[in-house]
Ligand binder design. Structure first.
Ligand code: ARG
Length: 436
């Protein structure tokens, strides 16, 4: 606009005869209306803003990128489809791969872009095993090509370095970028994986704390006539594990619904119940064989908020002082209020001998039960936590259902830890009823 005005006044002075007539006429003809000036100005500003925005977007703003990596292991067969507990050998292998990958990325030039890497499956194939990886990075789109090259180079180096110990075949390595939805699906189908892997030891349950959405995706609320009554744990798309005493006097299928999600009365998903199987030997006053299976009328589809927990192998051993987590919407104190948000508490396994001491539970804890909590009191499950999970994370942070909230002497009392049904004792019973 400035340039235009300048050149028109120059035209006017060059032509001396016309200057008086042409001067004002030309300028009134060529000067642009104010609105147009504003529109053009705004247009230019908008184009600049979009250009800068796009540049920043492509060059500076990080976006999540997901990859699937696959490589071959020769000779040795590992079988971990990730839908049930894995053998110790394949857990060890996967753990080792995960540690080496994570170290390699964290010590590389792309450590800032690295988010996560994990082994999803190890599948037997002809003459060995195929290992499936999931990798997550965050970087601006402009870096796409370079990042692929870098990621491939780093992983190839990890494979070469571990050729001997894993029998890995570096030449078989393939990296494919996948969508966020596909990346989530890889994990959703696995048991025992949770969204947030942080559990602080925070000091309701009794002395627990609010759980984040997706933190315990297998936790369900067993609702009797529309009210939370007990907890339960999802162990497949169709089955939950809970406590028999929850159903002993409430055995009409139609009265029960199952809610999923962390807010007990605003369920993320809900299902009707088709069948409830109580343990044949469960007897009401003494809390023996306090275990029940709940079959859903319709299966759930796994999402990041609804997933199953792994069942432990029958031989799995827990040791005194192992850390485990109990979750539920039970009361915050004996005769206390009930929370809206799912509560979590870190508790410790207490050896049956210690738990059965005269000043503690004096012999009431049988071999098919386990104790967890603190001799000092501190944190515990309470009324209406029953049926809910006591979960144990393995070396890879994959969670296993080791206990079912069953009974206690009060809640969080000194020398009275919580008592749980010992799931390993019922592993074969579960298989016999569900095939899982
Ligand atoms: N029987 C209780 C219920 O039905 C669970 C009690 C658990 N108590 C404890 N202190 N851990 O909800």
């Amino acid at each position: 606009m400035g340039l235009q005005a300048h050149s028109s006044s120059q035209d006017a002075t060059n032509d001396s005869c016309d200057c008086l007539l042409a001067g004002p006429r030309t300028s009134s003809k060529r000067s642009w209306p104010v609105w147009m000036v504003i529109v053009i100005f705004l247009g230019v500003v908008a184009i600049l803003a979009v250009t800068i925005g796009l540049l920043v977007h492509f060059l500076a703003v990080g976006k999540m990128h997901y990859y699937e990596g696959v490589f071959h292991i020769s000779g040795v067969t590992y079988n971990d489809t990730c839908d049930s507990a894995a053998s110790q050998a394949s857990t060890n292998l996967s753990k080792d791969i995960e540690t080496k990958m994570s170290d390699a990325f964290q010590n590389s030039s792309i450590y800032k872009e690295y988010v996560d890497s994990q082994v999803i499956k190890t599948l037997p194939e002809t003459n060995g095993t195929s290992v499936q990886l999931r990798l997550t990075f965050k970087f601006p789109p402009a870096k796409n090509g370079d990042m692929r090259t870098e990621i491939t180079a780093i992983l190839l180096q990890v494979l070469r370095d571990n050729m001997a110990s894993w029998s890995a075949v570096p030449a078989s390595f393939k990296l494919t970028e996948i969508s966020k939805a596909n990346s989530e699906m890889l994990v959703n189908n696995c048991c025992g994986r949770r969204l947030s892997n942080s559990i602080t030891t925070g000091n309701r349950i009794v002395n627990g704390e609010n759980a984040l959405a997706g933190a315990w995706p297998w936790q369900a609320s067993m609702q009797w006539k529309g009210h939370h009554s007990c907890g339960a744990s999802l162990i497949s798309s169709r089955w939950l594990l809970s406590a028999a005493h929850c159903f002993a006097r409430k055995n009409n299928m139609e009265d029960w619904t199952v809610n999923f999600g962390t807010i007990v009365n605003k369920p993320y998903m809900t299902r009707k119940v088709q069948r409830i199987i109580l343990h044949e030997n469960y007897s009401s006053p003494a809390v023996h064989d306090d275990i029940a299976l709940v079959q859903l009328a319709e299966e759930v589809s796994f999402t990041k908020y609804i997933r199953r927990i792994c069942l432990p192998e029958a031989q799995m051993k827990l040791s005194d002082n192992d850390s485990v987590v109990v979750t539920g919407w039970g009361s915050l104190h004996m005769f206390g209020d009930f929370p809206e948000i799912l509560q979590q508490a870190l508790v410790k396994i207490i050896d049956n001998k210690i738990c059965n001491a005269p000043h503690a539970l004096s012999g009431l804890v049988t071999e098919t039960m386990l104790c967890a909590g603190y001799m000092s009191g501190k944190a515990d499950a309470c009324q209406n936590d029953s049926g809910g999970p006591l979960a144990y994370p393995d070396s890879r942070n994959i969670w296993h259902l080791v206990g079912i909230v069953s009974w206690g002497d009060g809640c969080g009392k000194k020398n009275k830890p919580g008592v749980y049904t010992r799931v390993t004792s019922y592993r074969d019973w579960i298989t016999s009823k569900t095939g899982l």
